[in-house]
Design a protein around this ligand. Structure first.
Ligand code: GLN
Length: 308
């Protein structure tokens, strides 16, 4: 299979696309990103790397960070995490507040904002935000095998300045007893959202989810094999918020989107993929990123519903 030829063709189609969606504009750093960009990186299970388009341009990974934070939280408290956050698709927007009232302050899943803020509270574990943020950054550098991964401080401050909805979610969950340290957990959450990475770095970082939880560079388990499977299951069912069903239907691969226009997608045993295009669809997921992954799964046959 000629992966390079496939992704070159996809990149040509996406670069020429007329309908590109609308980039997030709730903070200046995202509003000024050139919407004409598109990048894709594919890291194969055997280590081969393929890139096309703007695969080496940094972007704000935003909610994609929730996958890595979840992996850290599971390492920290194991299955106890599931007493504080559920595993069901929400069917509502990423920042929705309504369901919390009916379900005792327990968010539906770790990928909507409420769930991710609880996960940040768990990763923090009563510690210092500065140290936890450092731990998250080091974790991503280790996974990506790249010490250049950075946190964009401007994005982190803007997230805090405009994060009224997230602040409300955290306080609301606190009222149900499901948050320990609202302020520190939010600080962690805003910084993890501000991780700035390229498609190539992200696809490298996702490798452990291709290899049953094992970092292929060091041979060490990042998460246990069963947890890797479960994280992939959650990405498939919840990774695109109220667009998760549509993504599973069209692409059939576990994926997690971010409002910066990135998507990480995992084909267990085959490949770790990252795509990026800033324009979003009406569910807040990258419009061309989703389309590119649909094209890639068509061209390669990659799907968790298509046994090799
Ligand atoms: N920083 C964004 C927020 O919390 C992340 C949302 C997203 O990427 N979907 O609102």
């Amino acid at each position: 299979m000629d992966i390079q030829r496939i992704i070159d063709a996809i990149t040509a189609e996406m670069t020429a696309a007329q309908h590109r969606g609308k980039a997030a504009d709730y903070i200046p750093a995202l509003a000024r990103v050139d919407p004409a960009q598109f990048g894709i990186a594919v890291v194969m299970a055997d280590g081969r790397v393929f890139t096309a388009g703007d695969a080496r341009t940094c972007f704000s990974i935003q909610s994609i960070s929730k996958v890595f934070a979840l992996s850290m939280a599971l390492g920290k408290v194991g299955a106890d995490l599931w007493t504080r956050v559920g595993r069901e698709p929400s069917g509502s927007a990423f920042n929705s507040v309504v369901q919390l009232e009916h379900e005792g302050g327990i968010p539906r899943n770790p990928f909507i904002n409420a769930g991710a803020i609880v996960v940040s509270d768990v990763v923090l574990g009563g510690g210092e935000p500065r140290e936890t943020i450092g731990d998250i950054l080091r974790f991503l550098r280790y996974l990506a095998d790249d010490d250049e991964v950075q946190i964009d401080q401007e994005v982190a401050s803007s997230e805090a300045e405009t994060g009224f909805r997230n602040i409300a979610l955290a306080n609301y969950m606190k009222s149900f007893g499901n948050m320990h340290n609202v302020e520190s957990a939010l600080k962690v959450y805003f910084h993890q959202c501000a991780l700035s990475m390229t498609c190539l770095q992200l696809a490298m970082a996702g490798r452990y989810l291709v290899h049953d939880g094992k970092h292929p560079g060091t041979g060490r388990q990042v998460v246990t094999a069963i947890r890797a499977r479960r994280i992939n299951a959650l990405m498939l069912t919840c990774g695109h918020y109220d667009g998760s069903g549509e993504f599973a239907f069209r692409v059939g691969i576990p994926g997690k989107s971010g409002v910066g226009g990135g998507i990480i997608a995992i084909v267990p045993g085959e490949a770790s993929i990252a795509v990026w295009s800033p324009g979003l669809n009406d569910r807040g997921n990258s419009l061309l990123g989703s389309l590119a992954l649909e094209r890639l799964s068509e061209a390669t046959g990659w799907s968790v519903f298509n046994p090799p």
